[in-house]
Design a protein around this ligand. Structure first.
Ligand code: C5P
Length: 235
């Protein structure tokens, strides 16, 4: 499978495989990766991943596992056995859960990237406080990113607002996969900590997850081309 140079990961957030593949068939696996999330995977299962692999795409399986160490590690192993490029857990699951998951991949010699979600990009400081976290989103992201790195994972999911700080804290090689990406013309939707694609890359994001800005655009391919143009102009 070719490894695209592009940092773009298109989120195929569709309720059925047919709709997801319709968009995938318009995309070029040399120009982006794709992300299969909870909605599509719950409806279509591993067949969704297989269909995308057979079209040449590298797949980020975004199931955000959060469970006891043995269960999370088993789920991560199962994802890696599907041959996905990347899989993730919630950093809030803690050190032992993350270590067990990372160790399972090493033990099996599986090369799937394992990253951890820090704080969801849809959450504000106030919403975080309601869950019992008194710190700001930034402090909580820093804490969880350090824990993720110490636990032996390859990187984190964070908002682009935190990428620059995490580049200082964890280094440039530590992956910073950032959803909540919105071109200037796109709607914010339910996301809160958003940033434009070129600003996110300048801030230190290594990969950009783009969902509705492309999938819900009147012309998805034109929306994607605009994002590529913005990135080319800023690199
Ligand atoms: O449509 P939009 O660009 O907001 O989609 C963002 C995608 O990234 C969704 O699939 C969502 O589940 C995912 N995501 C997120 N925030 C995280 C982790 C993943 O928005 N922290």
């Amino acid at each position: 499978m070719p490894a695209p140079e592009s940092p773009l990961i298109i989120a195929l957030d569709y309720p059925d495989l047919g709709a997801a593949l319709q968009l995938a068939d318009a995309l070029d696996p040399a120009r982006c990766r794709v992300k299969v999330g909870k909605e599509l995977f719950t409806r279509a299962g591993p067949a969704a991943v297989e269909a995308l692999h057979s079209r040449g795409f590298q797949v980020f399986l975004d199931l955000k596992f959060h469970d006891i160490p043995n269960t999370a590690a088993g789920a991560v192993e199962a994802a890696a056995d599907l041959g996905v490029w990347m899989v993730n857990v919630h950093a809030a699951g803690g050190r032992r859960m993350m270590e067990a998951s990372a160790e399972r991949l090493v033990k099996r010699g599986l090369e799937t990237h394992l990253i951890a979600v820090t704080v969801l990009t849809s959450m504000t400081d106030d919403e975080l406080q309601e869950t019992g976290v008194a710190d700001s989103a930034l402090s909580q992201v820093e804490r969880l990113a350090r824990l993720t790195q110490e636990s032996g994972l390859d990187g984190v999911v964070c908002s682009a607002h935190e990428s620059a700080r995490l580049r200082e804290l964890c280094g440039a090689g530590f992956l910073k996969v950032t959803p909540g990406i919105r071109p200037p013309s796109a709607e914010q939707g339910d996301q809160r900590r958003v940033m434009t694609p070129d600003a996110a890359m300048a801030a230190g994001s290594t990969h950009l997850v783009i969902g509705r800005a492309v999938t819900r655009a009147a012309d998805p391919m034109a929306a994607l081309a605009d994002i590529e143009l913005a990135l080319a102009g800023s690199s």
